[in-house]
Design a protein around this ligand. Structure first.
Ligand code: GDP
Length: 303
């Protein structure tokens, strides 16, 4: 892991650290373990949006370890807590990208989550790595979304394929994949609708986009990344489940990590949705995207 990424993850955790984990550290820094320690720890973890179920699991594991390993000093507990947090974030396999003529990456998520910005950041990142991404503006339901994406495409310096307003998003994906094949783009990043008249329509549309991609490019989409707004906390989990029902989500981009004290969500997402966090948003500019690294993340939580 490059130093710069570790720093940007640490910086984006400032709020989470100050509001919660520095208190966890001082709770576990001095005293002896008492019943009150467990109650306070539980309260702090829930406050960091680790989620009730994941908090219960963690505190339970720690109580068991404290008993089995005869941990009496709270500072030893801090080490155990870090280990348990690390265990909650298993190292995922690498992204399923590269080694084929075209990678297709579908980006899903509700409006306002940071989807457009995250697409721009990803395109920028992959372009810097020598890829030639093309953007497909398949959120035809929102004219503003197409405009925004167009502006970002120019800034990043990548191609974009758009359709008519309220046009068929499946047709945009079809055109984009054809265009990519004829222009030699080795990657297509597809923006999708984040809201339609009904949840049912939205999910049907995402499934259709998925099917069109699959028809044109073998085994596409190769990655389906769900953008989650870190500031929304636990509500984001139920939203995420809707998307998981509609399409085969393969990972998460956690946007706006820098704007929230709810960084503990990373544990709930990984454990309760069983999805790897792939990237975190660390600010509003193109470079403010860090690949997720669990050790940098856990170090960043405790400072
Ligand atoms: P969309 O509606 O999901 O496409 O959301 P946008 O990409 O337009 O983002 C919504 C707002 O969140 C914009 O003001 C972005 O600048 C902001 N935003 C997106 N990602 C981040 C991030 O990682 N950090 C911060 N601080 N702001 C972000």
């Amino acid at each position: 892991m490059a130093k710069g990424f570790a720093k940007s993850i640490r910086d984006s955790l400032t709020r989470t650290r100050n509001a919660v984990f520095s208190r966890v550290a001082s709770l576990l820094g001095t005293s002896e373990v008492t019943e009150e320690t467990w109650d306070k720890l539980e309260e702090l973890l829930v406050r960091a949006d680790v989620g009730v179920s994941t908090t219960m699991y963690l505190v339970d594991r720690l109580r068991t370890r404290a008993r089995d390993e005869a941990i009496l000093q709270a500072d030893e507990l801090q080490r155990a807590l870090r280990e348990e947090l690390r265990r909650l974030l298993p190292e995922p396999p690498s992204l399923n990208l590269g080694g084929r003529e075209q990678d297709v990456v579908l980006i899903v998520g509700v409006n306002g989550s940071g989807k457009t910005t995250s697409i721009a950041k990803l395109a920028h990142r992959w372009k810097k790595k020598g890829r030639e991404p093309l953007l497909a503006a398949a959120d035809t339901y929102r004219a503003a979304a197409v405009e925004q994406l167009d502006i970002w495409a120019k800034r990043v310096g990548v191609d974009i394929v758009k359709g008519p307003e309220r046009g068929d998003p499946g047709a945009v994906v079809y055109d984009a994949l054809q265009a990519a094949q004829s222009r030699g783009n080795d990657m297509v990043i597809v923006d999708t609708a984040g809201r339609l008249h009904t949840q049912y329509n939205l999910m049907a549309e995402l499934q259709k986009v998925h099917r069109v991609a699959q028809k044109i490019v073998d085994r596409a989409p190769h990655e389906t990344l769900l953008v989650i707004d870190a500031t929304t906390g636990q509500n984001a989990l139920s939203q995420a489940r809707h998307f998981q029902e509609a399409v085969d989500v393969t990972g998460v981009v956690l946007a706006k990590l820098d704007s929230t004290a709810k960084g503990g969500m990373v544990f709930a997402i990984t454990r309760e949705l069983d999805l790897p966090i792939r990237f975190v948003g660390t600010g509003e500019t193109l470079d403010d995207l860090a690949p997720f690294d669990r050790d940098a993340f856990i170090d960043g939580l405790f400072g």
